[in-house]
Write a protein of this length. Structure first.
Length: 368
């Protein structure tokens, strides 16, 4: 009889969910019976070396992944999934497991770099409008447009990752891990303007809901939308823009300043009583005919991550290859890439200087 190898059952479960597989699908792909898979996942049995080779290959992860320390799943109620009731369990669990792997990636970075400390207030008793104003005041943003949402969030300790491209059916989501470090996962297939709005929407969940109540459901969604609108387009800042009865042309010009979608600005103007319901409907119809409903013609480029760029640049200049990071994390470079894709430019030619990592370099981030 062959010797059994150690398997961490929680890792097999996360890997299977990450790959969007049911037990029977994994059984088909690996040639291992559902009965055995169930026993492995329950921790009742360990696989043979050969069986683990088949599982690792079917799940496209290194063998080492399956013998690492236990990985605790993220609870569904900790996540701000938007259309939870409409999501398939496979999609939901794939995104949830991807999020869990990103938490591991963050842990790896925190052990090697001094990253910005979380500084996201919890304001569950304020209205979304008041909460947005309070966060702006606390972060010293005044009433001005926000140059870059991702940089702003990162400078206040939010860890921003991309929603792995194979989870693209899922919208952005967020969580506070262990009620401490806030994470936001962005869907990078949307326009730059929508990406910013998603980031502000998730900030709304972190401020209003996470750690206080379940951050999903119609009411929480509505509140996060209101927060995002007020955060990106603060009342006083918008009122100063002389946008009374603004038509489509003026909205298109003002939206560049605030870096928001044209339709989002029109909605905010209606919300602030600057345009009538009728004016809003007419304007949105016009904008939609011009292509501003499906996307943003001549839109801004998508925001990228300052934190991840600094980490990867520092790693390069310390001659730490990405494969080393992936090995430490017991994942493939391909899997690692999926979590940072779109947030880090393709060209990462860092400085050639030698640097030691023993001193835990502190990454200084410029806010906004
Ligand atoms: Zn939401």
């Amino acid at each position: 009889m062959e010797m059994a190898v150690m398997l961490t059952s929680s890792r097999l479960i996360i890997a299977r969910k990450r790959r969007r597989m049911t037990l029977s699908k994994l059984s088909q792909q690996s040639g291992v019976s559902v009965r055995s898979l169930t026993a492995f996942e329950n921790g009742h049995k360990d696989p043979s070396h050969e069986t683990l080779v088949s599982l690792a290959s079917a799940l496209d992860l290194p063998m080492s992944f399956f013998s690492g320390p236990e990985i605790e799943e993220i609870e569904i109620d900790a996540l701000s999934f938007r259309a939870l009731s409409k999501m398939s369990a496979l999609d939901r669990d794939s995104a949830r497991s991807a999020g869990r792997l990103a938490i591991e990636i963050n842990q790896w970075m925190e052990e090697r770099f001094t990253l910005p400390k979380p500084d996201v207030p919890t304001l569950p008793h304020l209205s979304p409008e008041e909460a947005a104003e309070r966060v702006r005041a606390l972060w010293g943003l005044g009433e001005a447009p926000i140059p870059n949402m991702v940089h702003l969030l990162e400078s206040h300790g939010v860890r921003v990752f991309s929603l792995a491209a194979d989870c693209a059916t899922v919208d952005a989501f967020s969580l506070r891990w262990k009620e401490k470090t806030p994470f936001i996962f962005l869907n990078l297939e949307k326009s730059g303007e929508r990406g910013r709005f998603d980031a502000a929407h998730e900030l709304g969940h972190l401020v209003l809901h996470a750690a206080h109540r379940v951050p999903h459901g119609p009411e929480a969604e509505q509140e996060a939308q209101q927060f995002a609108s007020a955060f990106l387009m603060p009342r006083a800042g918008i009122l100063a823009q002389m946008l009374h009865n603004a038509d489509a042309r003026r909205i298109l010009s003002a939206k560049r300043k605030w870096k928001v979608a044209a339709v989002a600005l029109a909605y905010r103007l209606k919300d602030l009583g600057l345009i009538t319901d009728w004016g809003y409907r007419t304007t949105v119809k016009q904008l939609s005919q011009m292509g501003y409903r499906r996307g943003e013609p001549d839109g801004i480029v998508r925001e990228t991550s300052q934190l991840l760029n600094k980490v990867f640049t520092a790693l390069r200049s310390g001659r730490v290859p990405m494969s080393k990071m992936a090995d430490d994390l017991r994942i493939s470079v391909d899997e690692l890439n999926k979590h940072v894709f779109g947030l880090v430019p393709l060209v990462l030619d860092g400085e050639q200087e030698e640097r030691s990592f023993s001193s835990r370099p502190s990454l200084r981030l410029v806010s906004g």
